[in-house]
Design a protein around this ligand. Structure first.
Ligand code: AMP
Length: 280
């Protein structure tokens, strides 16, 4: 596995691959890698001649009061894990080269970026779109892989690829979980022992919601109330419990077709999200 830091070197490498008609599978990450990230890398490895993984903690997607500075950084371990997965390139761009003096152009996430997490993280999805667009331009992937864990992010990025005619395919892969159901996340490292013991309740609330729906409950207001009630005694704050149309992420009153159930809660200062797609 080769490490590339320079942006021009990254693009030069990708252009050489294109000349040889080698497909490039790309997994953008912020590092502190876990099995969720590695599942994306494994799929990229299976389906492409070359695999690029980026580790870049992108400052523009963090709000001023968020955890950019203390976001876990475990580069030596990330490198070891990626070598084992046989990634070809570990791309480690520098903030100063990604956002040099005078940088001003942004990709806006639009309406989709204002829903769910967007209500609580102003500008977050604009930051995500901008950095992912830049990474796509630098890496020039054939396919890029994202996790369902961040469902809203995947919907927004799919829309960006379509709207801006980006020449690549985007694949969304299932959420990888701990044994007790908690969705793997780099931020789980922030949890105290007690908070970690409570955290699987979010997964159990998703399970409970699916059971309610499968047993015939279609009233969204009632479902949300029941889900909130199950979470309230355990988590510190519920940011949202949303049941939305799967494609448009618009509010619905009745469950009649495929839906997205999304939850965001805090345990202490740690914000956790999870979701489930429920198909009719
Ligand atoms: P992050 O490093 O948190 O920006 O995540 C990088 C990529 O890994 C994103 O596409 C995430 O959706 C994906 N990812 C994060 N956690 C998981 C998980 N538990 N299962 C599957 N994919 C995940």
């Amino acid at each position: 596995m080769k490490k590339i830091v320079s942006l021009s070197e990254m693009t030069a490498w990708s252009l050489r691959q294109a000349k040889q008609s080698h497909s490039i599978g790309f997994v953008p990450t912020m590092g502190a890698l876990h099995e969720g990230h590695l599942s994306l890398v494994r799929t990229a490895r299976k389906k492409n001649k070359r695999v690029v993984v980026s580790v870049f903690v992108n400052p523009t997607q963090f709000g001023p009061k968020e955890d950019f500075k203390k976001y876990p950084r475990t580069l030596a371990q990330d490198e070891r894990l990626l070598k084992k997965e046989k990634a070809d390139i570990l791309f480690l761009p520098k903030v100063t080269e990604m956002y040099p003096k005078g940088f001003q152009t942004e990709v806006k996430a639009g309406k989709l970026g204002l829903r769910l997490c967007g209500q609580f993280r102003a500008g977050h999805f604009d930051g995500v779109c901008t950095v992912v667009a830049k990474l796509f331009n630098l890496v020039r992937p054939t396919k890029a892989y994202f996790g369902q864990k961040d469902y809203q992010q995947a919907v927004i990025l799919k829309r960006m690829v379509k709207d801006l005619n980006m020449p690549l395919a985007l694949e969304v892969l299932p959420t990888i979980r701990e044994m007790d159901g908690l969705a793997m996340s780099s931020r789980n490292a922030y949890l105290s022992e007690l908070q970690r013991a409570k955290a699987p309740m979010i997964y159990l609330a998703l399970e409970y919601a699916e059971q309610l729906i499968r047993s015939g409950e279609t009233n969204v207001a009632q479902l949300k109330k029941d889900i909130q009630k199950s979470l309230e005694p355990v988590v510190d704050k519920i940011q949202y419990v949303e049941i939305l149309d799967l494609e448009s992420l618009e509010n619905i009153k009745q469950v009649t077709g495929d839906i997205l159930l999304g939850i965001a809660c805090t345990l202490g200062k740690t914000r956790l999200i999870d979701n489930r797609v429920i198909k009719k």
